[in-house]
Write a protein that binds this ligand. Structure first.
Ligand code: Q9C
Ligand code: ZN
Length: 342
């Protein structure tokens, strides 16, 4: 299987508030290094750099004003006299005005964010742009290069980012951008299966009203897991998209028994939809030792995930999302890919 990777991810490394204290983000550069090392060690296949895509390729998933905000946020923050990285800290909730974009950067940060887990640093735009280009390159290799599968080793991740906001370490929604690219280049139907521990609220939101992109997600129940405000079972899609969104929230402590059954259900649903291509938002924060999650999958369970996806018999683009037990994310992510290829 081809892997798409770039060192550019290193330009992005920020801090987050952990239990009220500013700490280095769990979403850190060593994550991608661990996964790349495992790809090389296991000889998964060639590792290729991304092609460069223009911002217009992100516009199927994001608004133009959000894309310009991301490109200029760091400069605006610097111009206002700060030099540590920027974090959003005020949000237009409920009856506050969300119809007017503020002019000052502190207001814009909150306007375009769902939480404070999205530091903006000097290299953030370059890193997030390259991450999206990796997903686009992977989809291009499948659609024009005739590859049966590809792995986009994305960092930062993307699935919490929606049409007009960032959140949960995510800025551009790499999986959604790749799914939209597939639709614009011949695919009639695309499915996105999100197996990250956290609900893929951004991807769900982007495709919620559409029947040409089916979204399915297995995740920690939002009653007690981030992102808390999205991912319930009754979110079924709207308008033309009604019936094309499937959430399978699972309780704390879910192990392979519960997880495998839910994945089986998702796979049946995907088979019924018969997409031309499947995008897998591959988070491995479902691991038993993940520091911010609470499922109990073991290393070998990731082989089983890959095997079940292979049985669908359709081309798959794997897009890396979360996974924070750095010592194990290489083994776990590559186990899915090797299970798929076995
Ligand atoms: N103690 C992804 O996996 N912080 N994002 C939760 C829980 C946000 C995770 C804190 C977690 C976002 C891509
Ligand atoms: Zn996650």
């Amino acid at each position: 299987m081809l892997t798409f990777y770039s060192d550019t991810h290193r330009l992005h490394h920020g801090s987050e508030l952990k239990d009220g204290v500013l700490m280095p983000c769990f979403e850190m550069p060593s994550r991608a290094d661990t996964v790349l090392n495992r790809v090389l060690q296991q000889q998964l296949g060639e590792v290729l750099p991304p092609q460069q895509f223009g911002v217009e390729h992100y516009a199927g998933a994001h608004s133009l004003r959000y894309l310009s905000f991301l490109q200029t946020a760091w400069e605006e923050w610097r111009a206002s006299g700060r030099d540590h990285h920027a974090l959003p800290l005020v949000w237009p909730v409920r009856d506050l005005r969300s119809d007017l974009e503020p002019e000052f950067i502190d207001g814009k940060l909150g306007f375009y964010a769902m939480d404070a887990g999205v530091a903006i640093t000097a290299g953030t735009w370059q890193a997030v742009k390259t991450s999206a280009d990796l997903a686009l390159s992977g989809m291009e290799a499948i659609q024009r290069g005739g590859q049966h599968a590809a792995f986009a080793l994305c960092r930062p991740p993307g699935h919490h980012a929606a049409h007009e906001y960032m959140g949960g370490y995510c800025y551009l929604n790499n999986a959604a951008i790749a799914a939209q690219y597939a639709r614009s280049h011949g695919a009639k139907r695309v499915a996105v299966l999100d197996v990250d521990y956290h609900h893929g609220n951004g991807t769900q939101s982007i495709f919620y009203q559409r029947d040409d992109v089916l979204f399915l997600s297995l995740h920690g129940d939002p009653k007690n897991s981030y992102p808390y405000f999205s991912g319930h079972r009754d979110e079924l899609g709207a308008g033309n998209g009604f019936g094309y969104n499937l959430n399978l929230p699972l309780p704390h402590g879910t192990d392979w028994q519960g997880y495998g059954a839910a994945l089986q259900k998702a796979c049946q649903h995907i088979a019924g939809y018969a997409p031309d291509v499947l995008v897998v938002s591959l988070g491995v924060d479902t691991f038993k030792d993940d520091p911010i999650s609470s499922f109990r999958l073991e290393n070998d369970d990731y082989l089983r995930i890959g095997q079940m996806l292979a049985r669908l018999g359709m081309p798959v683009l794997f897009v890396l999302e979360g996974g924070y037990m750095v010592d194990d994310i290489g083994v776990n992510a590559v186990n899915v890919l090797q299970g798929f290829e076995a």
